[in-house]
Design a protein around this ligand. Structure first.
Ligand code: NAP
Ligand code: MG
Length: 486
């Protein structure tokens, strides 16, 4: 489909296999963060629409079309979705670029290719879900076994930093496990999920198995989290909303997976390959304009190489090409919204007031769109909000450390524990760091995003549960023990 035509559509809600108007007709604008212009409008749902979608998902759960679909047929369905994503890759990347702001080539190579890959990865799991048999110790003759069953109706609430990719990260395991779902995209970036909804229908996903309800988090997200017929919420977003979900979900004790924020350390030892480490540090904080849950936003550099690293990193920050995602040479697009840019900017100002030294950046760029300079602050200390809080922008705080023990103390001095990166050429240092750092992922001498075959999630307040791999899939399944006396 042509992107212009897609944008000009009256986007509705996907419920029970139909595109429907919200019960109380209302719309919400989609804004291009590179221009501030409204590019499309989508339906703004209410709690009544959530009820409607949950009913459809519940019916679909017991509909034999879905409930008895053979594993290899489910697998083929997921492959078909991946194929359709690839067939429509340029268009999906264009939608993501216009709605989220990221460079078109990054959206194409990262978000869209990654989404297809995730559906393929989980397609492979459909026919590989096993229960176990067990020998019992109680007297008698028994045949005892476990079976894996879908957890039921799941609410999938996703953020705006990787909209299509996050939809895939949650929809693929939900489908592979046989769950039915209601997807709530972020209000800033709902368009790629709506286009994905069309592709899901084209792939043959049965009615009601995936429902897409757009609207506000405080209305649609909150209604999903509180709904008595939703069995699980899988959420990615801020720690603050994650904590709210605990209360909202308590009514029916629904299961929760929470992939929350981070303030991840990036650690450079003096013996590291500095070319690689400096490029990795820049990528770790400026990729996606720093709007990455696992962004390496706290830099710790061993003191003997601190000045050299800062000088070279500053040069890279200054050379980063900031601009609209539509230009081929853009490396960093705008922040997602005006509100978010103001938040990032006030964090930097507060850091400077608290005594941090601005090495480069620190300001909004231009009058059009929500651009912000790649920013580095030094002379920071662990009590500053710029060091403690997740800023979710292209803002790096840097500090030096003397030795391994000081590094561990600094790295672990955070409420978060999502990810960490360590650069060193010493194998012992690498292994000791991997062991000492409190984080769900520790990367040594490599940057980049997660892999479908490695569990991804947080220690401490970075979340509950894992995404990807069999561990991620398990969270969409429940175990039934069956005991038969023979
Ligand atoms: P957020 O408020 O946590 O939003 C994430 C998702 O939750 C969105 O779909 C949002 O809907 C929804 N939501 C909001 N309030 C809700 C509620 N009470 N109940 C249920 N769902 C609710 O995150 P944000 O406002 O987009 O960003 C704020 C900060 O969160 C960022 O600055 C960053 O620090 C962090 N963040 C982290 C990640 C991550 O990957 N871990 C991603 C994005 C943001 P609406 O979009 O309609 O509000
Ligand atoms: Mg937008």
């Amino acid at each position: 489909m042509n992107v212009e035509k897609f944008l000009s559509k009256q986007h509705k809600l996907l419920i029970d296999g139909q595109w429907v108007e919200p019960k109380k007709p209302d719309t919400h604008p989609s804004i291009n963060p590179a221009t501030g212009e409204v590019i499309s409008e989508f339906a703004k749902a209410s709690a009544e629409d959530v009820d409607h979608a949950v009913e459809a998902a519940n019916r679909a759960l017991s509909n034999p079309v879905w409930a008895t679909m053979l594993p290899n047929a489910r697998s083929k369905l997921l492959w078909r979705i991946a194929d359709l994503i690839e067939e429509n890759a340029d268009e999906l990347a264009e939608i993501e670029m216009l709605d989220q702001g990221k460079p078109r080539s990054f959206a194409r190579r990262g978000d869209v290719a990654g989404a297809a890959e995730t559906f393929r990865y989980f397609a492979g799991w459909c026919g590989k879900l096993y229960g176990k048999t067990a020998d019992l110790s109680k007297p008698g003759n028994f045949h005892a076994y476990t079976v894996k069953e879908p957890v039921g109706v799941v609410g999938l609430i996703i953020p705006w930093n990787f909209p299509l990719l996050m939809a895939a990260w949650k929809l693929a395991p939900a489908l592979a496990s046989g769950c039915t779902s209601i997807l709530k995209p972020a209000e800033e970036t709902s368009l790629s999920a709506l286009r994905l909804g069309e592709l899901l229908a084209q792939a043959g996903v049965p009615a009601g198995v995936v429902n897409i309800v757009t609207g506000l988090g405080t209305i649609v997200g909150a209604a999903l989290a509180a709904h008595p017929q939703v069995n699980k919420i899988s959420f990615t977003g801020s720690t603050a909303v994650g904590k709210n979900l605990l209360y909202a979900a308590s009514g029916n004790l629904k299961k929760l997976s929470l992939e929350l924020g981070g303030k991840s350390p990036n650690i450079i030892f003096a013996d590291a390959d500095l070319d690689k480490a400096i490029a990795g540090a820049a990528m770790g904080i400026f990729m996606n304009a720093g709007q990455v849950c696992a962004a390496g936003s706290r830099l710790y550099v061993q003191d003997s190489v601190f000045d050299e690293v800062m000088e070279r990193l500053t040069a890279l920050a200054k050379a980063t090409k900031v601009g609209p995602g539509s230009l081929a040479d853009t490396q960093m697009g705008p922040l997602v919204s005006e509100q978010h840019r103001n938040k990032v900017s006030s964090y930097v100002q507060k850091g400077i007031q608290d005594g941090a030294k601005l090495i480069t950046g620190g300001s909004a760029i231009g009058n059009q769109g929500y651009f912000f300079e790649p920013t580095i602050l030094t002379d920071t200390s662990s009590d500053m909000s710029v060091v403690r809080d997740e800023i979710f922008g292209p803002v790096l705080v840097a500090q030096s450390f003397e030795d391994f023990n000081e590094m561990v103390k600094l790295a672990n001095d955070s409420i978060y524990g999502l990810s960490a990166t360590v650069w060193t050429s010493d194998l012992t240092t690498a292994h000791l760091a991997a062991k000492a750092i409190q984080a769900g992922t520790v990367k040594i001498n490599t940057g980049g995003g997660p892999d479908n075959n490695m569990p991804f999630g947080g220690y401490k307040q970075s979340g509950w549960g894992r995404e990807f791999s069999n561990e991620g899939l398990e969270l969409y399944l429940q175990t039934k023990s069956v005991i038969i006396e023979l």
